[in-house]
Write a protein of this length. Structure first.
Length: 455
């Protein structure tokens, strides 16, 4: 970066909030995916006006901008694919308003999800989106990717709680979208357009989210099965029962062993899978639903069953699920966390196919699944980045099956650079061209998040 441009950036952010040394830039050259691209600078805004000033500089001096929260996304969407400037939101982490009567919160884009939940303690309200990365993931990033997570079965995904946004458009103009009421049918739904756009249409600086009344009671059930088809059978029957669990998670044998070796919570290491079910609500309803789900699970011959009797026991059982990704990383230095979704009735055959393809291509694979909504996360464990082609070969064989049964190549991680090569399995001619035209309307100079799947 030339000294003139660095001076202009420092004029907006000050010297302390502009990073240009190679050692500092390397930390912002990658995210949760395996691709790396070095930016020319990283800046740390404190407010929307600074972001707008930066975007105007980018238009005048023709450099690229890529937004970044904590870099926890798993598809490479926050990698600065063509260099330029990374706009890092870790210093924009304030809650600007919590309104108990109308049940909403206005939050800066860099607010971490778990910190928001902690700040809501004592209000009787909570924000329902619970990601595997909630300890580090930001609100802005979760909006950009329309994140789902483990409670999506009952509560839905980020888009379902999005009331409004403050966005800096690629020309530097600031707009606000949405209203403070749940009902609103005036004009196009710009909230939904920006949500899931992966930072290709504008830079989100503030988010207004709808809050829910915190449930009074929680119960967790954990069942181990010696056959994955039995666990999937229980999932299908639970979903057909009319009961809506808060979460319904499946973990396979490799992950069970990784977790047990790491956190030692007493898992059955010879089980093919475990099924974790969480129920929340009024105690009486939870108890009724729990008994019915216990009966369903027993029909499929679990080899071990546990039911939490306290909040502490519930947290212990959840630890077995939430430790999955980190535990697997101990097996191999490279972990590609994939993401696809199928109709729940096709879970068992899809999981069997994933396992068969992993064996065929000689790849160690562990599976985590939000089983209740058919969202599967096969994790491909590799010795080095040069083996990425093995994971790609599995996905190339898997994708036609996934889309052929009405599924999607990404349920919640996004496309980014990780899924760009598989996009043709789901989006065809007119669909993709329409998206590219929308991108061109918002960003005619392709300044914002260049090199995305729309380029």
């Amino acid at each position: 970066m030339n000294n003139n441009l660095q001076g202009l950036l420092e004029g907006v952010f000050g010297k302390d909030r502009v990073k240009t040394s190679k050692e500092e830039l390397i930390a912002y050259s990658y995210d949760g995916f395996i691709k790396e691209c070095l930016p020319e600078a990283v800046v740390f805004p404190l407010n929307t006006e600074e972001v707008a000033a930066l975007v105007k500089l980018a238009n005048t001096h023709k450099f690229f901008l890529t937004s970044r929260g904590s870099g926890s996304n798993l598809c490479g969407s926050s990698v600065p694919k063509k260099g330029g400037v990374v706009v890092c939101f870790t210093k924009m982490e304030k809650i600007l308003e919590i309104n108990k009567e109308d049940r909403y919160a206005v939050v800066q884009a860099g607010k971490i999800l778990e910190d928001l939940q902690r700040d809501l303690e004592g209000t009787g309200l909570f924000y329902p989106i619970d990601l595997g990365s909630s300890r580090i993931a930001t609100l802005g990033g979760s909006v950009a990717l329309n994140s789902g997570g483990m409670r999506a079965l009952k509560y839905g995904v980020t888009r379902d709680y999005l009331l409004g946004l403050k966005v800096v458009l690629p020309n530097g103009e600031i707009i606000k979208t949405g209203v403070l009421t749940r009902k609103n049918v005036v004009g196009y739904d710009l909230n939904s357009l920006f949500c899931g756009s992966e930072g290709t249409l504008g830079i989100i600086t503030e988010v207004t989210v709808r809050l829910m009344v915190k449930p009074k009671f929680t119960k967790v059930l954990l069942n181990h099965y010696q056959e994955i088809k039995d666990a999937c059978g229980a999932v299908n029957e639970i979903m057909a029962s009319g009961i809506i669990p808060t979460a319904l998670e499946l973990v396979d044998n490799l992950v069970i062993n990784a977790v047990e070796d790491f956190v030692k919570v007493g898992l059955k290491k010879d089980a093919a899978a475990f099924l974790l079910v969480e129920l929340t609500g009024d105690p009486e309803q939870v108890e009724r639903d729990s008994k019915e789900i216990e009966a369903i699970c027993k029909k499929y011959n679990p080899s071990r069953s546990e039911v939490s009797k306290s909040a502490e026991e519930s947290e212990k059982l959840w630890l077995a699920r939430k430790s999955g990704f980190g535990s697997m990383a101990r097996f191999k230095p490279i972990c590609i966390a994939e993401d696809l979704t199928v109709p729940v009735s096709r879970l068992a055959e899809t999981i069997a196919l994933i396992h068969d393809l992993a064996k065929k291509h000689g790849v160690l694979q562990g599976l985590l699944a939000h089983a209740g909504d058919g969202n599967l996360h096969p994790h491909f464990l590799l010795d080095n980045k040069d083996e990425e082609h093995k994971a790609d070969a599995i996905m190339d064989e898997l994708m036609p099956f996934i889309t052929g049964i009405g599924g999607t190549i990404s349920g919640e991680h996004g496309v980014g650079v990780g899924k760009k090569k598989f996009l043709h399995y789901q989006l065809f001619g007119a669909q993709l061209e329409l998206m590219k035209r929308i991108k061109k309307i918002f960003d005619p100079e392709s300044i914002i998040n260049p090199g995305s799947y729309l380029d």
